[in-house]
Design a binder for this molecule. Structure first.
Ligand code: GLP
Length: 252
């Protein structure tokens, strides 16, 4: 189904969405082994990463020439800190498959100069030829990456303050202590995101249904950063039954 120029794909369960997405990546890498991939963190992509690991173990996928850029990282956390997004990616994907270490790119949450770090990230993405395929999750409050709802949005990679809702949503990485979740983060900006050649946003579970509805059918507003994806020419929104419940009326 197509709504507001976006392709919506619906799956019976989070597991079937995850395995379809992993098989899609197999095809993308087969046709372009040098794929430049943007990657998200969060609970949503965990089954997808597990599928990628299984496909790698089955000899069906080779990441050796691919390049990755993660969307965001907490400010103040070193890559080795257990709560960091870098540590999350190591746990769920990187340590199990064969990406070349030098082609894994991450924002450095403890860079001495955050402005310079954000610029470095933008330049590295540009030098890699831009993002071929950016995979996104969706915040229940409509955020993408760490572009939080507000009066305005930021174009390029930047440092941002996290909302309480987002810190609560990330508390599991910090033994459920919201107070331990960093208050600031570094994130690709909306321009960085919208300049990816293709985008696939994955949203599963009933808690995401209102945000999916606003992203797909709502007005484009900084109050729902994901609504800006309506401006992109090649975006797909992949949802399971529960996340897609509010989309039913009047497709195509
Ligand atoms: C986090 C990340 C986002 C992610 C979102 C959803 O805060 N910064 O990139 O998409 O929250 O997370 P989850 O999949 O756990 O719901």
């Amino acid at each position: 189904m197509h709504v507001n120029g976006m392709t919506i794909r619906r799956f019976a369960s989070p597991a079937s969405a995850a395995s379809a997405l992993a098989r899609h990546i197999v095809r993308c890498l087969a046709s372009n082994p040098n794929l430049v991939l943007g990657l998200p963190t969060g609970r949503t992509p965990v089954p997808f990463y597990a599928e990628l690991v299984a496909l790698f173990r089955a000899g069906r996928i080779d990441f050796s020439r691919a390049t990755t850029f993660n969307l965001d990282e907490f400010a103040g956390l070193a890559a080795s800190a257990p709560g960091s997004y870098r540590a999350f990616m190591e746990r769920h994907l990187f340590s199990h498959v064969n990406f070349a270490a030098r082609r894994i790119n991450f924002l450095n949450g403890v860079a001495p100069d955050m402005t310079a770090e954000c610029l470095r990230y933008e330049r590295t993405i540009a030098r890699a030829g831009g993002l071929d395929l950016l995979l996104l999750g969706l915040g229940a409050n409509g955020h993408v990456g760490f572009n939080e709802p507000g009066q305005s949005l930021v174009a390029f990679t930047h440092k941002t303050r996290l909302t309480l809702a987002t810190r609560q949503a990330n508390a599991a990485l910090f033994r459920h202590r919201v107070g331990d979740v960093p208050r600031e983060a570094l994130s690709m900006g909306m321009r960085t995101i919208l300049h990816a050649r293709r985008i696939i946003l994955l949203a599963t579970g009933s808690t995401k249904a209102p945000a999916v509805q606003r992203l797909v059918r709502g007005p484009i507003t900084p109050g729902v950063p994901a609504s800006f994806l309506q401006l992109h020419r090649a975006v797909e929104v992949w949802v399971d039954e529960a996340a897609g419940t509010r989309l039913s009326a009047g497709g195509e």
